[in-house]
Design a protein around this ligand. Structure first.
Ligand SMILES: *C/C=C(C)/C=C/C=C(C)/C=C/C1=C(C)CCCC1(C)C
Length: 245
């Protein structure tokens, strides 16, 4: 038994009892994994036009799950933020979330330009955020503000721009309420991330309030809420629209 617990293969030996950030890396990994299995299997239960949406929901959590697997390792072995893996994950998953918005609205006349516009805003948001966390950390506030321009662009499209008009003009109450729910995810759920970013120790606005180590805790909570929650809203829309036929 003694040799079992000292085995070098036992990765968990690296996680100490008070490493709460580390816990959330493990929980995030498993939760994203389980959510992917759920979305992939439930895909068979929903009507044709929702199958692609559920597939994308599963891809989002699956991509995140694989990145969490690596991020967990970086965190445990170095105690550092796995910034590169974090942003590689986001640069794949955030545009896929834009695809989800587009797919929902496609039946109501959404044009492909809407998708490109939203992807453009997300790239601006993420590239600026990455530069602020890495190469230009001393100017993180400036890059954070540039990043926020992209974020506000997405918010505008969802709450006031063409996406919101399409949803309002549709006469499908389920679609309207699901679109609103996704809008709240973007307004409230996504606002968790800039709060984490403000913990950057050089010039972050909340650096005296939030310890920089908690940045990952905040990002991990944000990811679980947004990626799994977003998929569940789409899942429940798909199930409800089946019941009404
Ligand atoms: C699944 C991952 C998601 C939904 C990630 C979303 C990330 C953001 C909304 C990040 C936003 C940022 C700002 C608005 C300013 C500061 C820099 C960022 C990148 C943290």
């Amino acid at each position: 038994m003694g040799t079992f617990f000292t085995s070098p293969f036992l990765l968990f030996a690296g996680l100490s009892a008070n490493d709460y950030v580390g816990f959330t890396f493990f929980i995030g990994y498993m939760a994203m994994f389980a959510a992917s299995v759920f979305f992939f299997f439930e895909r068979q239960q929903v009507e044709g036009k929702w199958k692609t949406s559920l597939l994308i929901a599963g891809l989002i959590t699956m991509i995140a799950s694989v990145h969490y697997y690596y991020m967990r390792d970086v965190w445990m072995t170095t105690g550092q933020s796995p910034t590169q893996f974090r942003y590689i994950d986001w640069i794949l998953t955030v545009p896929l979330m834009c695809v989800e918005f587009y797919l929902i609205l496609k039946a109501f006349g959404a044009k492909i330009e809407l998708l490109w516009k939203m992807i453009g805003y997300s790239l601006l948001m993420l590239v600026a955020g990455y530069l602020g966390e890495t190469a230009y950390r001393d100017n993180s506030v400036l890059w954070g503000i540039i990043s926020t321009v992209g974020y506000v662009g997405i918010l505008y499209e969802v709450w006031m721009g063409s996406a919101s008009k399409l949803a309002n003009n549709s006469n499908d109450p389920h679609l309207k309420s699901a679109f609103r729910a996704l809008g709240w995810f973007v307004l409230v759920g996504w606002a968790i991330y800039p709060i984490g970013y403000m913990a950057i120790e050089t010039d972050g606005w909340l650096r005296n309030v939030i310890a920089v180590n908690n940045m990952d805790l905040i990002y991990n909570i944000g990811d679980a809420v947004n990626k799994i929650g977003f998929g569940l809203v789409i899942y429940s829309l798909a199930v409800k629209s089946k019941e009404t036929h």
